[in-house]
Write a protein that binds this ligand. Sequence first.
Ligand code: SF4
Length: 286
Amino acid sequence: MMITIEIDENSGFCFGVVNAINKAEKELEKGKLYCIGDIVHNTLEVERLQKKGLITIGHEKFGELRNCRVLFRAHGEPPSSYCTAKQRGIDVIDASCPVVLGLQKKIREAYEEIKNSGGQVVIYGKKGHSEVVGLVGQTNGEAIVVDNEEDIERIDFTKPVIVFSQTTKNLEHFQSISEKIRRRGGENVKVYDTICRKVANRIPQLRDFAARHDVILFVSDEKSSNGRQLYVICKEVNERSYFIHGREDLKKEMFDKAKSVGISGATSTPHRIMKDVAQEILNITK
Ligand code: SF4
């Protein structure tokens, strides 16, 4: 019997990533272009753009460049990167996601509002994550990054506290951490839920999707934190969930007695790769 295959229509690039890739492709037509960090957490897609002339660099190399074009990817950059570009005659192609730019602005305003009273901006996020570096940069490096309950101890609850979240964090974890902060600080605490719904809304949708199929193939790169997180959700719902990079990871035994297969992916997984996987399933289960 023919196996049924469904590609999760909610997976694939979010509009922030689509926008960054489109900008990169357009600019690459004009010649060499640098990008700070991987434009998307997907090796195959990065390699595709590298072949077109995109050069991925770190902040150190960025600080050494002069008179060239550099793309700021969807994660956004701190104010110091814009200053460096200006000083060194670098033309910035700003592909920061509008959602991230909006959050940077809110954080900047919150910081201005409370800095004179000794207040603290708290960001629920992963320390060192590029988006978080861009957010902390809005507060002159003073924001407190909280990733777990222990980090809460670094907050001074006798002073005002304004809490935000990195856009791609887990909504339930954010609610739980912010509730603990609120309980400790009472009226001194304001909480803004700034999680991007493009990621958060996917969790309930993905649970339904994973439950609907005999086998789930989750296509992602280990570099994608969003991908690793979403794969765990699939595995919780469907024991026969596999984390794969692409068609080369498929094995016939994965589909033993399966009537339906669901293919899903992270917000950094190109649809093209999921389609390839679907085609390969048909080939190996013939
Ligand atoms: S996940 Fe949301 S905030 Fe992040 S790049 Fe995509 S659309 Fe923008």
